[in-house]
Each structure stands twice: as structure tokens, then as C-alpha cells.
Design a protein around this ligand. Structure first.
Ligand code: SF4
Length: 183
């Protein structure tokens, strides 16, 4: 993207809410909590030391790679690209990877790439439940419940009520479809 186009993009978004680095960090907390508690399921659930750290490490790497994937394949199509209006800060980091792309394909790109990170929500639940069935542990159950509350309730609620509420693309976004009027 050339400098003029980047400037125009920033001006278009001037009226939107802007987030400080501290707010961006706070907005990332539900995802960070999901990654940490998802990894904790492996650490607490497996008896074999090697499997504990291989599982937890692989899950954490997947969580970081998933965020990078969104920055590379979704954010360049978003109106918040290269602005402080992106609630989680991905839009500004995404500038380092790719130029701005046409916002007309945002819906298509969102639908295509979001499934890449969806297993992050389900892997700890499936693995955790299997481990609990095999060898019950109150601590593992507690970690699994916290994971589920964060991943399936807090994280999506936070996104819809906080960041997505002001997004200029909310009407086309599959995540917000039919919810923008109630958000
Ligand atoms: S709002 Fe979402 S899609 Fe848009 S730049 Fe931020 S993280 Fe990327």
C-alpha cells in the first residue's frame, strides 16, 4: 500500500474510537487466558512429562500462529487495518506483513480463514474430557471449566459488545450477522 492510500485509510477511520496500547493489551486478555488455560489442560492432564510439555507447547504455538494467521489473511481486508481503531492491535501489526487489500472481500476472507483458528476452542475441551474420563482430577476439571467460560462466553461476548460494536464492517461480518442492532 502506498503512503497516500495509507493516509486516506487512516483519515477514514479518524472518527472511530482509538485504543491505547494498554487498552489493546486488556482487549487481548480473554484470548491470552484461553491460550494459557488451554495449555494448562495438557500440563495437568498428562502424566508423562514429555507429553505434558509437547502438548502445552504445541497448543501455545498454535495460539500465536493463529493470531498471526488472522493478521496476514484477514486484517489487510479490514477497515481497521493500520489504525488505532482495531481493538486488539492486530491491525497495526498486520502492516508489517502485507499491504492493504480491498475491503470488498472482507466477508469472504473472514469466512475462509476463521476456521483455521476454531480448533483452538475445541482441542482442550476434547483432550481435557478424555483425560478426566481416564483419570478424574478436580484441578483439571476446574481448569477446563475456566477455559470453557473464558473461550465460549467471555471472549465472544467481549468481541461483540466491545470491539465489533463500532466496526464499520459489522453488517457484512459473519461473526456479527444479525446481531449489530442488539449489540
Ligand atoms: S478489527 Fe479484527 S480484522 Fe480488523 S484489523 Fe482488528 S483484528 Fe484485524
Amino acid at each position: 500500500m502506498n503512503k497516500q492510500a495509507s493516509k486516506n485509510q487512516s483519515e477514514e477511520n479518524r472518527s472511530l474510537n482509538e485504543y491505547s496500547p494498554a487498552q489493546e493489551l486488556i482487549n487481548n486478555l480473554p484470548y491470552i487466558v484461553m491460550a494459557v488455560f488451554g495449555a494448562a489442560v495438557f500440563v495437568l492432564g498428562f502424566e508423562n512429562l514429555a507429553w505434558r510439555w509437547i502438548g502445552a507447547g504445541a497448543y501455545l504455538i498454535y495460539a500465536v500462529a493463529g493470531a498471526l494467521w488472522i493478521m496476514v489473511f484477514v486484517c489487510p481486508y479490514c477497515s481497521y487495518w493500520n489504525t488505532r481503531a482495531c481493538p486488539c492491535g492486530y491491525g497495526r501489526i498486520a502492516v508489517r506483513f502485507r499491504d492493504k487489500q480491498s475491503g470488498d472481500c472482507f466477508n469472504e476472507k473472514f469466512k475462509k480463514h476463521i476456521p483455521v483458528i476454531v480448533p483452538l476452542w475445541f482441542i482442550p475441551v476434547i483432550v481435557g474430557l478424555l483425560l478426566i474420563i481416564r483419570s478424574f482430577s478436580w484441578l483439571l476439571l476446574a481448569v477446563l471449566i475456566v477455559f470453557a467460560i473464558d473461550a465460549f462466553i467471555i471472549l465472544p461476548l467481549y468481541s461483540k459488545k466491545h470491539g465489533c460494536k463500532q466496526c464499520p464492517q459489522r453488517d457484512e461480518c459473519p461473526w456479527m450477522a444479525g446481531k449489530s442492532s442488539s449489540a
